[in-house]
Design a protein. Structure first.
Length: 233
């Protein structure tokens, strides 16, 4: 399996005590972010029924979003064209201005999500790799489902432990947009936080722990099955 993965999504959801946001406060925040390097957005949308949002679109698919709900704000890079380090810098800058301009209380819960893909070396079809090679389901699915499989994979929920903070929701699937790539999503949920403007480095460390789990745990788990002796399909 190729060791270099291809991240396609970064996001973090920052949950705080509920507070109603006035449009004028959001407009002031948008201006402040426009003056902050790496944190500016191109447009706003305050039209119901969706939540207020700031956004930028680049190319055919890449977009940046900041969504504002009464009890949380969400920072998203979809089909991301920036590195994780750049996203983390942006997250800290945006969170700092949001806390200051909207006057929200400390962040109590953070979710941190990374979606990425790994290219297979010895398999042409990620469905066969995951279902037949990793899960040993050759010939056991089709007789019961009687339909072709478009996407198949695995899902895990790993609870927080004293050594490993945060609950991890792990999805490993064949990637519908590329036959020989495995799609991986890891979402970390970090409760019992109390993050204010002086503790924004915690947002970074939580996101990095999700990244480390993908590199140090998910990759070697998958790589053990991507071997030539049983692989070519």
């Amino acid at each position: 399996m190729q060791a270099e993965d291809r991240p396609i999504h970064f996001s973090t959801e920052l949950i705080h005590p509920p507070k109603r946001h006035e449009k004028t406060a959001l407009q002031r925040l948008y201006f402040e972010l426009s003056q902050t390097r790496g944190a500016a957005y191109d447009s706003t949308d305050f039209t119901p029924p969706g939540p207020p949002k700031f956004y930028s679109k680049r190319g055919k698919k890449s977009q940046s979003l900041a969504l504002f709900l009464p009890d949380r704000f969400v920072i998203v890079e979809e089909w991301c064209d920036m590195s994780l380090a750049e996203f983390l810098d942006k997250t800290e800058s945006v969170a700092d201005r949001v806390i200051a301009e909207l006057g929200i209380g400390p962040i109590a819960i953070q979710t941190a999500t990374i979606r990425t893909t790994f290219a297979l070396t010895h398999f042409d079809d990620a469905r066969a790799f995951l279902l037949d090679r990793a899960c040993c389901q050759t010939g056991r699915i089709a007789p019961h489902f009687n339909r072709p499989i478009l996407v198949g994979g695995l899902r895990f929920v790993l609870p927080e432990t004293p050594e490993h903070p945060g609950t991890l929701h792990v999805t490993i699937e064949s990637f519908q947009k590329s036959l020989n790539e495995v799609y991986v999503e890891v979402k970390g949920i970090f409760p019992n936080q109390r993050i204010d403007r002086t503790g924004l480095a915690t947002l970074r460390s939580n996101m990095l722990s999700v990244r480390a789990f993908i590199s140090d745990s998910v990759y070697p788990f998958l790589d053990q099955y991507d071997s030539p002796e049983e692989g070519l399909v």
